[in-house]
Design a protein around this ligand. Structure first.
Ligand code: SF4
Length: 328
């Protein structure tokens, strides 16, 4: 198959979605893990992940050369005040502006967050209207588009997610093309549907690889500048080279801490290399983390002594996890 001319020869990056809460006030999208958990997670505060754990993960991303794809949470899991506090801290740790994917945000919240944000991601998932109504009945697209127009006012970039395999067909590409054009989307993440136990898609096999690659390829052709991120699950890592050849700039979704230096991690690095590209950061070489120096140097106006202590504990836990696969 003829290879497409790639957008550029830059490195391929990995970006990690950092989950900041397991709560979602909707909890009824039929493909989503939350839809199988909602009854168990009634209290948004209890479903929040600890701040130290989130911040330690951001530090790991920085140390290993991974981008932060976005901070991710379900609808209604954070107040404006609490997400602002978290963004300030992560921005201070990571040193770059962030992306958020935590549902539709009102303009006053966006205005307060804007100094810390590169952009906002709308969890669109599919542009086939009938499929969307069925799989995400209470997450209409219109408010997401409205949020995108607010982003423009604050010079924020716009990203969207798209799950291949929800029931759309190849003919639906025209609706995606129109959506990207209309909303001036800067970045799109293509997930391959990963059937989750307890959801309506539990028995699905997910899309074929050719079909999934087709969505990346067809998007790259008319949009040479858009950032395309491929989000395959571990079972598809042997096709990452083909995803890059089809037009992906980066990859996501890989559980890179748990599977650090595993055979899957090594395979991804090989795949990137076989596509003629280099990887930004690493999945296999554990750098010196320097826990005390890292944490002691954090801005004390944002990180008090108690939080610094918690962070040291969490960071040591992550470092231990990363070194588990060291000799495999
Ligand atoms: S809004 Fe997002 S987190 Fe909530 S159920 Fe739907 S997909 Fe899941």
């Amino acid at each position: 198959m003829e290879k497409l001319i790639l957008k550029n020869k830059n490195k391929v990056w990995f970006e990690r979605a950092i989950f900041i809460s397991w709560y979602c006030s909707l909890g009824d999208c039929t493909y989503c893990y939350m839809s199988s958990q909602k009854s168990l997670i009634k209290n948004p505060e209890k479903a929040k992940r600890s701040e130290a754990s989130i911040l330690a993960e951001a530090l790991i991303c920085k140390k290993l050369g991974w981008k932060i794809g976005f901070l991710s949470a379900g609808y209604g899991s954070y107040t404006a005040e609490s997400i602002l506090g978290l963004c300030k801290k992560i921005h201070s740790i990571y040193g770059e502006k962030l992306w958020l994917n935590i549902g539709v945000l009102p303009e006053p919240t966006i205005a307060r967050l804007a100094p810390y944000l590169e952009g906002i991601c709308g969890a669109v998932e599919t542009t086939n209207e009938a499929v969307h109504k069925k799989v995400a009945p209470n997450k209409p697209i219109a408010p997401i588009e409205k949020m995108f127009s607010v982003c423009e006012k604050y010079n924020l970039k716009k990203a969207m997610t798209f799950i291949v395999g929800l029931g759309e067909t190849a003919e639906d590409f025209s609706t995606l093309k129109n959506f990207i054009t209309k909303n001036k989307i800067d970045k799109i993440t293509f997930y391959a549907l990963n059937p989750i136990k307890g959801t309506a898609f539990a028995d699905s096999k997910g899309p074929s690889m050719e079909y999934y690659l087709g969505w990346i390829r067809k998007t790259r052709q008319p949009f040479p500048k858009i950032e395309i991120i491929a989000g395959p699950w571990v079972n598809r890592v042997e096709n990452i080279g083909r995803m890059i050849e089809a037009g992906a700039d980066g990859i996501t979704k890989f559980p890179a801490i748990r599977l650090f230096n595993s055979r899957f991690a090594k395979k991804i690095e090989q795949e990137i290399s076989s596509a003629g590209r280099d990887m930004e950061g690493t999945f296999t070489i554990l750098p010196e983390i320097g826990i005390d120096e890292e944490i002691d140097s954090l801005d004390s106006t944002l990180f008090d002594d108690g939080l610094k202590l918690e962070l040291k504990v969490k960071l040591a836990e992550y470092a231990g996890q990363l070194s588990k696969n060291r000799y495999h």
